[in-house]
Design a binder for this molecule. Structure first.
Ligand SMILES: [Mg+2]
Length: 438
């Protein structure tokens, strides 16, 4: 059966929300991210308006570089809470069309509309979705319509902003023919390099390759990944739109204003990061068994250590205990710390696990989790910071990490591929969630 998939992607989402709420910013270069501190700031750009992009400002770029490129820009810290609210209203609009909505990030989603719309009606439906988002939120979206996710995702990006590109069934190869290979899903600058060297510039250049071609190894297209890319190059992608994908890991990280070496500050930071992770685990009704500590020193040398517990946890104290244990396994004496992160993976649905092992789980863990839930409920009623741990009260540390702007897919890719670019916003930890895609 021919499917009709929409990829809906909001245009310059964070900055567009700011421009909507502050008409005085419109037409100016708006940058959401860390405090630039007149070029001395240490975080990164979370989002740049189209006007700011004309100065060369991009998301995931160090904020200090953005400042040099565009000192006249309007620099905003942004509000993750506000963006998340707008996002959930937009997802509600999308959910009005079909249950098959798969959010990819805060501002993009796939919709499988095969059941409600014939392929030839795809353009009209996409136009209606765009109009609906505009009327309700005064924000512009770009939409790609195609027989699969891969093509829809490329299509939504081709005529941004306010774009609407349709790839009709049967038009897959024609659509892909002249696109540069960097457009292939999963091809970043690193993957592209050997391909370009091998003379494969356009997606159609890959059509003459078969999976058994001896050149596959020399151009870096080994194994399953290579085979998958060849299929994508021919416009073949059978992955279903999967609504409500659970995150694979939940984490928070923070970049310090200045590199630190003081153990007490390290402990306080790990405690507040652990608490922040626990809050989000409980919010998703998840718990997890593997705790990972991310460490980066003043020379951008990164190390991670992971430990898998015997039972899943969702409380800050247990996560903190594991994180401190992991820190002992890093030789950081004599090094200064630039960044710390804590994440929990091997996630499971908390309800199921609780039912199965209510009586087997260590009493302390169950108790901590109950306390955590009570705290979540109080904070939901009386606001963040309504309750603090005794240790936080005793000596004010860096404070509980606030949810600042999230890591965009771009930022994550830059992190994975780049030579350790500076990362998190400097004013709090930022949440990170890994999902199936990318
Ligand atoms: Mg977007």
């Amino acid at each position: 059966m021919t499917r009709t998939i929409l990829h809906v992607d909001m245009d310059a989402f964070y900055t567009s929300v700011e421009e909507r709420d502050h008409p005085e910013y419109r037409g100016k270069p708006v940058i959401v991210g860390a405090d630039p501190k007149e070029g001395r700031g240490r975080g990164v750009v979370a989002a740049a308006s189209y006007e700011a992009r004309r100065f060369g400002v991009r998301s995931a770029m160090p904020i200090s570089r953005a400042w040099r490129a565009c000192p006249q820009g309007i620099y905003l810290r942004g509000s993750m809470e506000k963006y998340a609210e707008v996002s959930s209203r937009i997802m509600d609009i999308l959910g009005g069309y079909t249950d098959l909505v798969e959010p990819l990030s805060i501002d993009e989603a796939f919709l499988d509309v095969s059941a409600i719309c014939l392929p030839e009606r795809g353009r009209a439906l996409a136009a209606e979705v765009k109009e609906n988002i505009w009327k309700t939120e005064e924000l512009r979206a770009s939409i790609g319509v195609a027989p699969n996710k891969f093509l829809a995702k490329i299509a939504s990006d081709l005529e941004k902003p306010d774009g609407l590109v349709v790839v009709p069934p049967g038009g897959e190869l024609e659509f892909l023919r002249d696109l540069p290979i960097e457009r292939l899903w999963g091809v970043g600058p690193k993957t592209a390099e050997p391909l370009l060297r091998g003379g494969f510039r356009r997606i159609s250049d890959l059509w003459r390759l078969s999976a058994s071609d001896p050149r596959m190894a020399s151009i870096g297209l080994l194994g399953k990944h290579g085979e998958h890319l060849l299929l994508l190059a021919r416009g073949i992608d059978d992955r279903p739109v999967a609504p409500n994908q659970e995150p694979k890991s939940i984490g928070h990280e923070t970049t310090f204003e200045e590199d630190i070496e003081d153990l007490e500050r390290v402990r306080k930071t790990l405690l507040s990061l652990s608490d922040a992770v626990a809050v989000r685990l409980r919010k998703h009704d998840l718990d997890g068994k593997t705790v990972t500590l991310k460490f980066r020193d003043e020379n951008f040398v990164s190390e991670t250590r992971a430990h898998t517990l015997s039972d899943p946890v969702a409380d800050g104290a247990s996560i903190f205990d594991a994180a401190i244990g992991l820190l002992d396994r890093i030789r950081w004496k004599g090094r200064k710390i630039r960044l710390l992160g804590v994440s929990v993976s091997s996630l499971s649905n908390a309800g199921e696990v609780r039912q199965l092992s209510l009586f087997d789980r260590p009493e302390k863990v169950v108790k901590n989790e109950k306390l955590g839930r009570a705290r979540d409920a109080l904070e939901a009623r009386f606001g963040k910071g309504a309750i603090s741990r005794a240790s936080q009260l005793a000596a004010p540390g860096p404070g509980p990490p606030s949810q600042s702007f999230g890591g965009s897919a771009e930022a994550r890719r830059a992190e994975a591929e780049g030579p350790h670019p500076p990362r998190a916003g400097s004013e709090g930890s930022e949440p990170s969630e890994e999902r199936g895609e990318h």
